[in-house]
Write a protein that binds this ligand. Structure first.
Ligand code: MG
Length: 164
């Protein structure tokens, strides 16, 4: 079977707010603020999920899991990613590698990059060498630079896999 290779891109941003847990890439990070959202607000998993869906030519995360649907209220974003991977598999593809950037002025994420990469690798069935997590500040510029929120940009490649 010829190898078919496709790529997708995903982006997400959520506001930081009091009284919320901060969860990034499925990893809970100790910080006084967390990300607002209908779900747990995990921008990293949302960007990865959207990149995977896009790579497979499937409807996006907002179409599949509308924030008007109470079923997704406070849902663990790991569940959304797992559902997306199932849909990608039904379309005949599997994740191949992931490269992402977390845009966060605060908290400093350098010490959490490894844990996020391991978590995402586990969730997507990839080896840790196939998952790259980079953390960037916004150099103090704009809302992200004022630490009003956290964003993530992700690219994902997928390859076709033989139907079982
Ligand atoms: Mg989101």
């Amino acid at each position: 079977m010829a190898t078919t290779f496709r790529v997708g891109i995903g982006y997400d941003i959520h506001r930081l707010a009091e009284g919320r847990r901060l969860v990034l890439g499925g990893v809970e990070i100790d910080y006084p603020l967390g990300l607002l959202g209908h779900s747990d607000g995990d921008v990293v998993l949302h960007a990865v999920t959207d990149a995977l869906l896009g790579a497979a030519g499937l409807p996006d995360i907002g179409d599949l899991f509308p924030d008007t649907d109470p079923a997704y209220k406070d849902i663990d974003s790991r569940e959304l990613l797992a559902t997306a991977i199932e849909k990608v598999a039904e379309a005949g593809y599997a994740p191949n590698n992931i490269d992402l950037i977390v845009h966060a002025e605060k908290p400093k994420l350098s010490e959490h990059k490894g844990a996020m990469a391991s978590s995402i690798a586990l969730l997507t069935g990839l080896g840790t060498s196939a998952v790259s997590v980079k953390a960037k500040t916004n150099e103090g510029l704009g809302p992200l630079g004022h630490a009003d929120g956290i964003a993530c940009t992700a690219t994902v490649s997928i390859v076709n896999k033989p139907k079982p």
